[in-house]
Design a protein around this ligand. Structure first.
Ligand code: SF4
Ligand code: SF4
Length: 337
């Protein structure tokens, strides 16, 4: 037997969690776009598995802007006050499997040489409910990087649309089972995800080329379209670059962590004026080398879930899938001929 919830039960679940004081995050229609947002009323949410959301749920684990501590000068002393712990329960409903899959990829990064309590506390307090995909588009390539339309990684529970205003619920963790306990009812209906997206390039072969060709002139050719806006990094579930700055006055202020992006020209600009990544080719090389060589070399998985958010959001019709396709066609396949 399967477990099933109706759309109305899902909305009531969100409403009940809000009433209990939890933070609830869901897709919200906003100015013609659909974005993941913290909601204050269940009616704000759009629970539809076919809806494509433009941002990633990563910002509810790793916010765009986050205070690390505040400081106050008292005479010759400085008092430092740590930012409070993240103690609220947080429920995310309606993520994609390729978005949730980034969370276990990022766990070792935020728990490696420095234990990032901000990310870790949010991970511990958050339950992630995904929708199994019903359709793919030309930007998706999850199946090429160990994912898929019903990939369980990072999901506490997954909803499969039954097409009649209800969803089969599959739970994968204690948090997922606890969320739907007493709500889901037994049924003989089962749902399914769509077929995986097709992909005619070999990521492993391109990754080998990336690792072995740091000095290739292909990098500049590849990046001619890229204007360095950084949009691809901000919508990416796995990109995690940030900088740390002090804001305030001599007497008081705060130290904050802000998102940054390796595609921005000033990202590596030194105070001396020297920039080790002085061209867009060098910056694209960094992005692709980090995702397909450095990160898997250190932690195992590629730093990419094949979600396609980067190319979907790129004003220049670029992003990681077009870059991998170009490298496959222009260098990998020619090497093999
Ligand atoms: S690849 Fe596209 S989105 Fe990313 S920095 Fe270049 S132009 Fe911007
Ligand atoms: S690099 Fe692009 S396809 Fe890969 S996880 Fe990031 S946004 Fe998704």
């Amino acid at each position: 037997m399967s477990q099933v919830v109706t759309l109305e039960q899902l909305k009531k679940l969100a409403a009940d969690k809000l009433s209990a004081g939890a933070r609830v995050v869901a897709p919200v229609v906003d100015g013609g776009l659909v974005s993941f947002k913290e909601i204050s009323d269940a009616a704000q949410a759009t629970f539809a598995p076919q809806v494509r959301v433009q941002n990633s749920i990563k910002e509810f684990f790793f916010p765009k802007h986050e205070v690390i501590f505040t400081f106050v000068r008292k005479g010759n002393d400085v008092e430092v006050i740590d930012a409070p712990d993240f103690e609220d329960d947080q429920i995310i409903i309606g993520a994609r499997p390729c978005d949730a899959a980034a969370l276990p990829i990022l766990d070792p990064l935020f728990g490696w040489d420095y234990q990032d309590r901000f990310f870790q506390q949010r991970r511990a307090k958050t339950t992630v409910v995904t929708f199994a995909c019903k359709e793919t588009d030309a930007h998706c390539f999850c199946a090429a990087v160990d994912g898929g339309p019903d990939n369980q990684a990072g999901s506490d529970a997954m909803l499969f649309d039954l097409g009649d205003g209800s969803f089969e619920v599959r739970t994968f963790t204690d948090k997922g089972a606890a969320l739907f306990a007493g709500i889901a009812t037994e049924s003989d209906k089962t749902g399914s995800a769509c077929a995986p997206p097709t992909c005619d390039f070999d990521v492993e072969k391109v990754a080998v080329w990336i690792t072995e060709n740091f000095a290739s002139p292909e990098w500049e050719k590849l990046s001619l379209r890229c204007v360095g806006c950084g949009a691809c990094a901000y919508v990416c579930p796995t990109c995690h670059c940030f900088d740390i700055v002090d804001e305030g006055t001599y007497s008081k202020g705060q130290r904050v962590k802000n998102w940054d992006a390796c595609q921005a020209g000033m990202f590596t600009l030194h105070a001396s004026g020297h920039n080790p990544r002085s061209t867009q080719g060098k910056r694209q090389r960094q992005r692709l080398t980090h995702k397909f060589s450095i990160y898997p070399g250190k932690f195992g998985p590629y730093l990419c879930t094949g979600c396609g958010n980067c190319s979907r959001s790129c004003g220049a019709s670029f992003g990681v899938r077009p870059a991998l396709e170009a490298l496959d066609a222009d260098v990998v396949q020619k090497q093999e001929d």
